[in-house]
Ligand binder design. Sequence first.
Ligand code: GRF
Length: 215
Amino acid sequence: MIDVAVLISGSGTNLQALIDNCARDDFPARIVLVISNNPDAKGLERAEKAGIPTKVINHRDYPDRETYDDQLDEALNECGAKLICLAGFMRILDARFVNRWRNRMLNIHPSLLPSFKGLHTHERAIEAGVRFTGCTVHYVNPELDDGPIITQAVVAINPDEGADSLAERILSQEHIIYPQALKLVAEGRVRVVGNKVTIRDADYENLMCVNPKAE
Ligand code: GRF
């Protein structure tokens, strides 16, 4: 059983997916703390409802990124977390912090990385005219939305589809692949070799979520 801290800034639907999976008897991870930089994040209510300790560490209360990240680090060490899941945490973390947690911090991003790093991914994917996009769970490197990829789901973009509809369909895939990735990591089956991940005894047929048609 691995102790995980989840960092959020907003609605926390990915956090909810992790909470729901961690509640299963056979799931090898448990959430020991949820941290938000935003005191109004709806995800905090989700954690409280599940009986998970929460902490607000508001970046506005700190003079610079390094001091803020040190505060995060302290809270994470205090709660005994061995792994961090970023789940819609809208803060860039400084390289020192990221290196301290290298290969122990996961993120979910709503595109097929390395395409469409950064914000407004759905609008940019539609604008670029790509036929497929999706979501990615990866280990976090100091560069934005970068690092060894653990799982991805592919979602087809329908003709004339808007960003809201696409975001919604991708989000439902995020809720599948994030718990999947966490489970693999918690089981100790994920190994980082260079900038790539290898997964021991991977059942790729069930691991890969490909949704070529719109639901
Ligand atoms: C998700 O789309 C995630 O990929 C991105 O931020 C969003 C967070 O959504 N990093 P939620 O707070 O989990 O609902």
